[in-house]
Design a protein. Structure first.
Length: 389
């Protein structure tokens, strides 16, 4: 059952954000993964349940202070049955029933809200289990929570719900992102985009993932992975597929012969240093009216220190001229960047600037400049915006 309705209810949203494993099933609110002590003084896991009704966007309890427990007899840390546990069968659905009714009324008016009620009962039961096993917890976290049916995430995004930004983040829906090039900057772009609710992410790169890539990309690959030499696209798709459901890999270099790979994209990040292939890619993107961002770095060593510029060039429909003039053209001599003068922090910054610019373009972040070209100067620590007059 999706948790969207739960997330709209203030009390139950707090439970989800705290890490409780809460679902709605067969007219009941069910809180799973509750640790308890058995009569044999072992720690097992049961569930709490009580009937509910829906009123608008709110869930309304159908009980007073009572709640039902599924599992064997819940006991104290010494193996004696809890005094609040009364044997009583409650059938919730076929194949699921509770075995005990729990009654712990805090006062004449009962519990003030659903959150207080559930956390009180969870604490009464789980505290006994924690006395025997300190790792026992009734809040196993988002990994145990079911997501909405249409969510692109494998597990629930509690960072967004905690911040109250669910409505803003829904604007990512419908976005089909393509990232071309998964070297330093491209892999960090993926790291950020994979944490958004975009519909899909396609990774295009024909290169292999080697040692030098590991030191300028997010994460920490194993030596075994490096020895296997996977393609960058397949490696990063496997990593970020753990979080985002729709990350696909194309282990090819993008050029004028396979531009059909971009079909259906709503936004493209160009993070490849292959300048020779870019003119054909840019022509296609402009002809198809697809917005894109091109990133680049020019880093050089001067007297034993590194200096240079990071670049983020944005090309939007109806505003293509600045990008045309600012994206470097193919040159016979490759610059210092091609000698792999890159560091993870600069790659990450270049990617962050690009992702922030994308989020401003689609209305996630406020935007007072709407610039088409921005550079970060390392030596003076300054970001400059620019557009053609």
């Amino acid at each position: 059952m999706p948790t969207a309705l739960l997330a709209r209810d203030p009390d139950l949203s707090r439970l989800l954000n705290d890490g409780y494993d809460v679902v709605v099933h067969a007219g009941h609110i069910i809180v799973r993964h509750i640790p308890y002590v058995t009569e044999n003084r072992t720690v097992e896991h049961g569930f709490l349940a009580y009937p509910m009704t829906v009123s608008g966007d709110r869930l309304v309890s159908g009980t007073d202070h009572r709640i039902w427990f599924g599992g064997s007899t819940p006991c104290t840390e010494h193996g004696r049955p809890l005094a609040i546990a009364n044997p009583e069968t409650r059938v919730i659905a076929e194949g699921r029933q509770a075995n005990f009714m729990l009654s712990a009324k805090p006062g004449p008016d009962g519990y003030p809200d659903e959150y207080t009620k559930i956390t009180a009962y969870a604490r009464i039961i789980a505290d006994q289990a924690q006395a025997l096993d300190s790792s026992a917890t009734p809040t196993p976290g988002a990994a145990w929570q079911e997501t909405e049916n249409d969510s692109p995430f494998v597990y629930r995004d509690t960072a967004t719900s905690r911040a109250g930004l669910a409505a803003v983040h829904r604007r990512f829906r419908g976005q089909r992102i393509v990232i071309v090039g998964l070297g330093g900057s491209g892999s960090y772009i993926l790291d950020q985009v994979a944490k958004t609710e975009v519909d899909s992410i396609l990774l295009i790169d024909g290169d292999t993932f080697d040692n030098h890539n590991a030191f300028r990309a997010p994460g920490a690959p194993t030596l075994k992975t490096l020895r296997e030499r996977p393609t960058k696209a397949s490696y990063f798709a496997s990593v970020y597929g753990n979080m985002h459901r729709v990350v696909s890999a194309c282990s090819q270099y993008l050029d004028e012969d396979n531009l059909d790979l971009l079909e259906g994209a709503t936004f493209v990040f160009l993070a490849s240093d292959d300048a020779a292939s870019k003119p054909a890619i840019i022509d296609w993107l402009e002809a198809q009216d697809v917005p894109f961002i091109d990133v680049g770095m020019g880093i050089e060593e001067i007297d034993g220190r590194l200096s240079g510029l990071l670049r983020v060039t944005t090309s939007l429909p109806g505003r293509r001229e600045t990008a045309r003039h600012r994206i470097p053209q193919p040159a016979p001599e490759r610059d210092a960047y091609a000698r792999n003068i890159q560091t993870a922090d600069l790659n990450a910054l270049n990617a962050a600037l690009a992702v922030i610019r994308w989020k401003r373009a689609i209305g996630i972040y406020a935007d007072a400049t709407d610039e088409s070209h921005a550079t970060y100067s390392l030596i003076i620590n300054e970001i400059a915006n620019e557009d053609l007059p």
